[in-house]
Design a protein around this ligand. Structure first.
Ligand SMILES: C[S@@+](CC[C@H](N)C(=O)[O-])C[C@H]1O[C@@H](n2cnc3c(N)ncnc32)[C@H](O)[C@@H]1O
Length: 208
């Protein structure tokens, strides 16, 4: 598979469903960030942009990247319509090619799963390196398959948060794991359908 296939796939995922006019933030983001002072954030694989918009409304400056031009175009429209251009930069970016420039107080990667080649450990390790001292990396992965997921592979295996952390090979003198657990929640999918799903949550803080 090459980059064209990846773009075609993800553009197709977004184009196949109507644009979300008011995308919701992810629960793990809101529970993690509420109470933190705003700073500079990077959202990896931002999708509809619910997280970026929520952060911006709370004073964060957000760089939101995604490989899908459809997703980025829709988010750019929402940013404009809400007058948040000074706070959100939505960029088409392939994390397989390079990591975005900059240093950040918060980097989040929610459900950054793809059927195409993406060395997640390299991406997430670069994210840990791109944190400012005191900054946090929030990685939220699927721990189960929602009935409406694009991925209905019955053999899908989801690494635990501790396994994800081990793959980053972080020096404990510089990074500390603040959270590594597997909470459940009721998720809402297309058409308002609901199901209980498991999240794999990893929160890392850069201490120096
Ligand atoms: C399962 S969706 C999650 C979207 C969003 N974070 C959320 O919580 O709803 C995964 C996202 O990663 C993006 N993505 C996949 N591969 C990528 C890559 N190589 N570089 C950047 N984004 C990528 C997809 O376009 C998609 O928006």
């Amino acid at each position: 598979m090459n980059t064209t296939d990846t773009i075609t796939f993800w553009d197709g995922v977004y184009a196949a469903r109507p644009a979300v006019t008011d995308p919701r933030p992810n629960d793990r983001l809101t529970e993690t960030v509420t109470g933190l002072p705003p700073g500079e954030a990077l959202d990896l694989g931002c999708g509809d942009g619910g997280d970026a918009l929520w952060l911006a409304r709370r004073g964060w400056h957000v760089t939101a990247v995604d490989i899908s031009a459809v997703a980025v175009g829709r988010l750019t429209g929402l940013v404009r319509s809400r007058g948040l251009q000074a706070q959100v930069a939505a960029l088409r970016h392939d994390l397989h090619d390079a990591f975005p420039q900059g240093r950040f107080d918060l980097i989040c990667a929610h459900y950054l799963h793809t059927p195409f080649e993406l060395d997640r450990a390299t991406v997430l390790r670069a994210a840990a390196d791109a944190l400012r001292p005191g900054g946090r990396l929030l990685v939220v992965d699927h721990g189960s398959t929602a009935p409406w997921s694009w991925n209905q592979d019955p053999d899908a295996r989801y690494p635990t948060p501790r396994q994800v952390a081990a793959g980053l090979d972080l020096d404990p003198a510089t990074w500390t794991i603040e959270r590594a657990d597997t909470p459940r929640r009721i998720a809402t999918g297309p058409g308002g359908r609901t199901a209980e799903v498991t999240d794999h949550v990893l929160l890392i803080r850069r201490t120096t």
